[in-house]
Design a protein around this ligand. Structure first.
Ligand SMILES: *Cc1c(COP(=O)(O)O)cnc(C)c1O
Length: 355
C-alpha cells in the first residue's frame, strides 16, 4: 500500500452518540451514506450502524442497489428524482423514491413508496409550495399504484447558527406539511439543523445526519464532541539529505532553509491530496508535526524532516483524529471537508478498525 485510510468504527459510534444526545425522544435517524458514505466506504459503515439507525439515505438509486446487494435490510430513501434508466430498481430493490414534480409518477413502478421533497428555498430538487395543490391531484390519481409515505425539505443555511432563513424555510415547510395526512414520515434536519437548531421544532419524525456521522460539523462552528472517523497515512519511501538553498519537487517551489533531510512519501494528488495544499500543511511523524514541502505531485509528497534522519518505512499521517483534520485542509483549499473526504481516490486502501 502507498496511502491508507484507516476508518475507526468506534468513532462512528461516538459520533452517533453525539447525534442522539441532540435528539428528542422517539426521533428516528436516517443515516446519509451517499457517495460511498462521503468517501469512507459505505458497506462496512452501513453494516456497522444498521442496527442503531432506522433508515439509510442515498443520492442515487444505484447506491441503493449496492446497499441491498450487500444485504442491508433497512428502509432506503433515494434523494434523486426517478430516472427512466433506473426506475425499475425501486421495486426490484425495495427503495423509497423521492417525488420532486409530477413527472416522477409515471416513471415509478407499481408498488413503489415515495417521499415528497418540498423546495422551501434551497432551489435545488423539490416541489415549490405554490405547486403543491397541483401535485396533490397527481398523488391522488396514482394512489392505487404508488404510496406516499413521507414528506421532507432540505435547509440551505443550517450550517450557520441563528440564520433567519432556517426559520423561514421551517415556516414554509410547516404550512405545506399541514396539507398532508399526519401519518407521513416527516423529516427536515441535516447536520447543521441537528447541531445548531435544537431550539427549533424541526426534528419532526426523523433527522438526516450526513457529515456529522463522519466527524465534522456543518460550516465554521466546531462541534467539540464530533471526531473525524478517518485517518490518512502513508510512509517514508526514501529519506535523503538536502542542502541549504536546494529546491524540492516540480518548479522548485520550496528552497531548503538549512542542511537537513527530506522524506519522500508515496501519496499525492492522485490519491486525493489536493495539490493546492502544497507548502501549507503539516504531517505527523510520531508525536511531531513536520512541514510538507515542494509541489504535491500525482504520486508523491515531500516532508521536511529538518535534522532528523528517520528509517525508511516510517509511518506518516496526513490526517489524524482531531490533530490533523480535513476541515483544516478544506479551509486552505477553499472548500468543505465533504469534498476532501469524497475526493479520496480508489487507490487509497481502506482499513476498517473495529476497536
Ligand atoms: C446530503 C444531504 C443531507 C445530509 O447533509 P449533511 O450536511 O451532510 O448532514 C441531508 N439531506 C439531503 C437531502 C441531502 O442531500
Amino acid at each position: 500500500m502507498s496511502a491508507k485510510a484507516v476508518i475507526h468504527l468506534s468513532k462512528l459510534d461516538h459520533n452517533l452518540d453525539a447525534i442522539e444526545s441532540r435528539l428528542k425522544p422517539g426521533v428516528q435517524k436516517m443515516a446519509v451514506v451517499k457517495d460511498n458514505a462521503y468517501g469512507h466506504g459505505v458497506i462496512p459503515l452501513a453494516n456497522h450502524i444498521k442496527n442503531r439507525i432506522e433508515w439509510f439515505c442515498v443520492a442515487r438509486a444505484l447506491e441503493g442497489k449496492e446497499l441491498r446487494e450487500a444485504g442491508i435490510k433497512n428502509p432506503i430513501l433515494v434523494f434523486e428524482a426517478p430516472l427512466a434508466e433506473t426506475a425499475s430498481l425501486y421495486s426490484k430493490y425495495n427503495l423509497t423514491a423521492t417525488v420532486v414534480d409530477k413527472n416522477s409518477f409515471a416513471l415509478l413502478p407499481k408498488g413503489t413508496d415515495y417521499h415528497i421533497n418540498i423546495d422551501t428555498g434551497m432551489h435545488r430538487l423539490g416541489v415549490l409550495p405554490e405547486d403543491v395543490s397541483e401535485l396533490q391531484v397527481e398523488i391522488e390519481r396514482y394512489s392505487s399504484k404508488l404510496k406516499c409515505t413521507g414528506i421532507y425539505t432540505h435547509f440551505f443555511k443550517a450550517d450557520d447558527p441563528e440564520n433567519p432563513e432556517v426559520h423561514l424555510q421551517l415556516d414554509k415547510f410547516t404550512r405545506v406539511r399541514n396539507k398532508f395526512p399526519s401519518e407521513l414520515l416527516t423529516h427536515t434536519a441535516n447536520t447543521g439543523a441537528i447541531f445548531h437548531y435544537q431550539d427549533l421544532d424541526l426534528q419532526f419524525d426523523a433527522v438526516r445526519p450526513g457529515v456529522c456521522l463522519y466527524g465534522f460539523g456543518a460550516g465554521e462552528v466546531e462541534v467539540p464532541d464530533l471526531e473525524p472517523i478517518m485517518d490518512l497515512k502513508s510512509f517514508l519511501m526514501q529519506i535523503k539529505k538536502v542542502k541549504k538553498g536546494e529546491s524540492v519537487s516540480y518548479g522548485g517551489k520550496w528552497i531548503a532553509p538549512a542542511n537537513g533531510y527530506i522524506g519522500i512519501i508515496p501519496a499525492g494528488y492522485g490519491d486525493g491530496i489536493p495539490r493546492i495544499l502544497t507548502n501549507s500543511i503539516q504531517l505527523l511523524i510520531g508525536d511531531t508535526l513536520y512541514d510538507q514541502v515542494g509541489v504535491i505531485s500525482m504520486d508523491y509528497s515531500i516532508v521536511y524532516l529538518k535534522e532528523n534522519e528517520f528509517p525508511t518505512g516510517t509511518e506518516v499521517y496526513f490526517l489524524k483524529a482531531k490533530e490533523l483534520k480535513a476541515s483544516h485542509w478544506a479551509k486552505i483549499a477553499k472548500t468543505i471537508p465533504y469534498e476532501i473526504t469524497t475526493g479520496l481516490r480508489k487507490r487509497v486502501v481502506k482499513e476498517f478498525n473495529t476497536l
